[in-house]
Each structure stands twice: as structure tokens, then as C-alpha cells.
Design a protein around this ligand. Structure first.
Ligand SMILES: O=P(O)(O)OC[C@H]1O[C@](O)(COP(=O)(O)O)[C@@H](O)[C@@H]1O
Ligand SMILES: [Mg+2]
Ligand SMILES: [Mg+2]
Length: 335
């Protein structure tokens, strides 16, 4: 029952991007099946080496990367840039598109039966890989993710809102749900890896301190916290019910620009978030206006409901004495 077109007939995918999107959908469908089989597949979580960033590579990282690269041949993609490879591959010299991909996001969760994902971004292919991928994220013509969770879903934007699909196990097709996904403005949830608290900058600490102070603090309300350690899963939750995500820079060696990669993770998620009415910044500046210094460059990343992301930026603008003060003396926010 696995036909060539992995989408329902009503999928509003631009004709020019169809072959590429169909290849992505077919691989995602196959990965969803393998991930669901999990232990029966054997060794998906095995350590197999390290990638360009020095991150540990799992077998599923490599399986996913190879499967996407292979399937994208002949679909109009010239440049293939993967988080799992040091260099960009030229798939088709005649191709006019370029694809950046995090083939398997959240790989620390493979063995734990927690949602993982794939993040992808499409651009026009310029003459060289750097001219293509180092241009600000506003140059993206499409961006999306697949979440391998209790349901396998794809959320994608072609620059006119966000389309949501669920993979129907009965038909093996990504079936269109809606094209109007908006991030709810109101929410009481924030997501951050709080184990790094002591390494954060003062503005980030101050922002989180004020959330933790709850109804007794300057925010006058109680918050709840989430941390899944799968960017795709955090993004999906925020697209469904609002909130804010932060992966800031910190003092640990190697974390001067945070953890997440501009080209493969932050730029595509930022496009989806903006297309859903939210905001995505590096703490101050819109991610989509920033340029990556290199293919694998990282950036601090803050995204979610627009008002919340703006608050974080305001904390970065506070004078030193206010950002260091206890929340009772900060006096800036009454939200
Ligand atoms: O373990 P940490 O430091 O909380 O980092 C979690 C983050 O790292 C990531 O797993 C990085 O992605 P990869 O799994 O693709 O390397 C994100 O999905 C997640 O948000
Ligand atoms: Mg990732
Ligand atoms: Mg990854």
C-alpha cells in the first residue's frame, strides 16, 4: 500500500517542489515505519561515530541521512547540506533547488520511545553551497519538519502559512489536516534545559527567575515547564498550544553560540514559527534576518508566542543593575 505519492490528493504543494517533497515524504514514511518497529529493527540507537560538529552519531542518524540523500537524486536538488556530513554534496548539477536537513533530530531520545523528527529547508540553488546556505533564512522557499511521535505528522510552509499533515497508517499517505496553523498567543509554558542555569547569561537567568517566581513574582501568574530534548517535539507543542522555547548561549565550552544549528534547525523552525504568527530570535534579532558564519554554525535560539519572545528581548535590553536585581526590584514586567 506504499504508492509513489505519499500525500493525500488535496495536498497544496507547489508543482515545482512536488518531486522533492514527494521524495521527502516517502523517506519520512519509511523512517516512521522503522522507528515504530524500534527494537525489532535492531541497533537504531547504536553509536557509530561523530559528525562534523563533534556530536555523537547514532545508527539512525546515518540511516536517515543516506536515505534522504539517495531519494533526493533526480528531484531537482543541486545542493544537499546535512547536519550529518562535513561538506555539501552536489546531487544534480542541473538542479535548481538546495536542501538543508537535520535528518534525525532528538537522537538522544531514540532508545527512549520519545518523539524524534526530521527538519528540512529548501532554497534556490546559487552557484556555490556557501552562497546558497549562508544567506539569511528569509531566502528559504520552504521549511518543515516531520515528527515521529504517537502520530507521524508533517508540518510545512511554502511561504503562505503552515500546512499540517498526519500520516494515515491505513493509506500510508500524509493526509492534509489544515493550512491555517497559528501559534496561540496565550500560554503558561516555557521550555528550557534548566540544568544549565548556572551557565546562562544574566538576562536569561532573570527571565527564568521571573517565570519561576510565578504568581508571587512580577509576572503575576504561575508557569509550567517542559523539556523534551527533541527540538521538533518542542516546536510541535508550541505550534499546537503556544509557549516559549529557549536554547541560549552559555558558559560551557562549545556553547558560546548555544547548541542548535542555524542552517539545519533554527532557520527552518523560524520560518514555520513566523508563518504561524509567532516570533523566533537569537534573543534579540529575528533568526531569519541573520546570516550563518559557516555551514554548521550554531546560534542561540528563542521562539514561540510573539509576546513572550519579545519579553525575552526586553530582558536583554535591561540595564545591568536591573538584570542582576531580585525580581521584586526589577519592576519592568507586569504581564
Ligand atoms: O541535551 P540538550 O543539551 O538539552 O539538547 C537538546 C537539544 O539537542 C537536540 O537534540 C539537537 O539535535 P540533534 O539530535 O539533531 O543533534 C535538539 O533536538 C534538542 O532541542
Ligand atoms: Mg537536531
Ligand atoms: Mg540531528
Amino acid at each position: 500500500m506504499t504508492d509513489a505519492n505519499p500525500y493525500s490528493p488535496d495536498a497544496p504543494i507547489p508543482a515545482r517542489l512536488r518531486p522533492t517533497m514527494e521524495a521527502l515524504g516517502r523517506v519520512a514514511r519509511d523512517l516512521a515505519r522503522r522507528i515504530a518497529r524500534g527494537p525489532l529493527e535492531g541497533g537504531l540507537d547504536a553509536h557509530v561515530g561523530g559528525n562534523a560538529d563533534g556530536d555523537a552519531q547514532k545508527a539512525l542518524d546515518v540511516i536517515a541521512d543516506r536515505a534522504f540523500a539517495e531519494a533526493l537524486r533526480g528531484t531537482g536538488v543541486r545542493w544537499y547540506a546535512s547536519e550529518e556530513q562535513d561538506d555539501v554534496t552536489e546531487l544534480d548539477p542541473q538542479g535548481t533547488l538546495a536542501l538543508a536537513i537535520d535528518p534525525l533530530d532528538g537522537s538522544s531520545n531514540i532508545a527512549t520511545n520519545v518523539s524524534i523528527g526530521t527538519i528540512f529547508s529548501l532554497r534556490e540553488a546559487e552557484e556555490g553551497p556557501e552562497a546558497t546556505f549562508l544567506a539569511p533564512g528569509r531566502a528559504q522557499i520552504a521549511a518543515g519538519y516531520v515528527i515521529y511521535g504517537p502520530q507521524c505528522m508533517m508540518l510545512v510552509s511554502f511561504g503562505a502559512g503552515v500546512q499540517s499533515y498526519v500520516l494515515d497508517p491505513e493509506t500510508a499517505r500524509f493526509t492534509l489536516l489544515d493550512t491555517t496553523r497559528r501559534i496561540p498567543a496565550e500560554s503558561s509554558e516555557f521550555a528550557i534545559n534548566a540544568s544549565n542555569y548556572r551557565h546562562w547569561s544574566k538576562p536569561v537567568r532573570a527571565y527564568i527567575d521571573d517565570c519561576l517566581a510565578g504568581a508571587e513574582g512580577p509576572r503575576d501568574k504561575n508557569f509550567n515547564m517542559r523539556w523534551i530534548a527533541s527540538l521538533v517535539a518542542e516546536t510541535h507543542r508550541i505550534l499546537m498550544r503556544g509557549g516559549i522555547f529557549l536554547y541560549p548561549q552559555d558558559d560551557r565550552p562549545g556553547y558560546a553560540q548555544g547548541r542548535l544549528r542555524m542552517v539545519y534547525e533554527c532557520a527552518p523552525i523560524a520560518m514555520l514559527v513566523e508563518q504561524a504568527g509567532g516570533r523566533a530570535t537569537d534573543g534579540n534579532t529575528a533568526i531569519l534576518d541573520l546570516q550563518a558564519g559557516s555551514l554548521h554554525a550554531r546560534t542561540p535560539f528563542v521562539f514561540g508566542s510573539a509576546v513572550k519572545v519579545d519579553h525575552v528581548a526586553a530582558y536583554h535590553d535591561l540595564p545591568e543593575h536591573e538584570v542582576s536585581a531580585l525580581f521584586g526590584h526589577r519592576g519592568l514586567f507586569r504581564v
